[in-house]
Design a protein around this ligand. Structure first.
Ligand SMILES: Nc1ncnc2c1ncn2[C@@H]1O[C@H](COP(=O)(O)OP(=O)(O)OP(=O)(O)O)[C@@H](O)[C@H]1O
Length: 255
């Protein structure tokens, strides 16, 4: 079932995206419609290679849909949405820049003045617990610290929406647990601009632990198979019987 709000915050309408590969036309996404409300944490799960990352790129405006449309605050999105920050699976840090410089990148690109950059970079480095590491280079950091840099860089531009593409899948189990909690804390932190999060994950447990709604995507060409609200109280308990019920349901839809 696909729910449609009257005044959606973020809306995809009948989105199709086709790629041409070795002279062949291959649809990656077809007939995908989805609403995201302001303040929501939505997870996208689906089979490997179904088009989850492509969907995030379409949401951000990095690539255009072949047909269909993306609406943000009731306005047709035609280019990159400046209200969105992205966190990547592989961190996407520049190895020749230190932590401070990596975090400041988005602000520099937007032509923000040096004083404001200094203030904001210090604030967000502090928020993600990287104070003292400003001069360190990515090669000197653990995976968890690299992803903290990725988070600070995304938050620094003060977006309304945070997009995360498998943000924890390159991290060890303990770091993943810590960072998941920290992302949830940042989401609820009144000092943060981000109110809405859309996360791609292939870990069903992660989707249920973190989100308000899990959107299950079909195999390529992908579309929404089902939207599953997660009404469990927070912080979520993996041992809650409802957790297993949701997990089984999502698993059966994907496999
Ligand atoms: N720039 C491109 N050119 C051609 N094909 C592409 C391009 N980007 C993505 N595709 C194809 O579109 C499909 C969806 O890719 P995408 O990376 O969005 O899937 P995914 O669900 O994020 O994958 P994974 O689960 O492996 O992370 C794949 O078959 C991929 O080969």
């Amino acid at each position: 079932m696909v729910s449609m709000d009257k005044n959606p915050f973020l809306r995809l309408v009948d989105v199709e995206r086709v790629f041409s590969e070795q002279g062949r036309i291959n649809p990656a996404i077809r007939g995908l419609s989805l609403d995201v409300s302001e303040g929501e944490f939505v997870s996208l799960v689906g089979p490997s290679g179904c088009g989850k990352s492509t969907l995030l790129r379409i949401l951000q405006g990095l690539i255009a849909p072949t047909s269909g449309k993306v609406l943000y605050r009731d306005t047709l999105q035609t280019g990159v949405n400046p209200d969105m920050g992205m966190v990547f699976q592989g961190f996407a840090l520049y190895p020749w820049l230190n932590v401070w410089e990596n975090v400041s990148l988005g602000l520099v690109a937007r032509g923000v003045d040096t004083r404001t950059i200094r203030k904001k970079v210090a604030f967000y480095i502090d928020k993600v617990g990287l104070e003292g590491y400003e001069e360190a280079y990515p090669r000197e950091l653990s995976g968890g610290m690299k992803q903290r840099v990725g988070l600070a860089r995304a938050l620094c531009i003060e977006p309304a929406i945070l997009l995360m593409d498998e943000p924890f899948s390159n991290l060890d189990a303990l770091t993943t647990l810590t960072l998941r909690d920290e992302v949830l804390m940042l989401w609820k932190d009144p000092e943060m601009s981000v109110r809405t999060i859309v996360m791609v994950t292939h870990i069903i447990e992660e989707a249920i632990l973190m989100s308000d709604r899990v959107v299950v995507l079909a195999r390529r060409p992908t579309h929404v198979v089902e939207e599953i609200p997660v009404d469990l109280p927070r912080p979520r308990d993996r041992r809650d019987p409802e957790f297993d019920r949701l997990s089984d349901r999502i698993f059966s839809l994907i496999s």
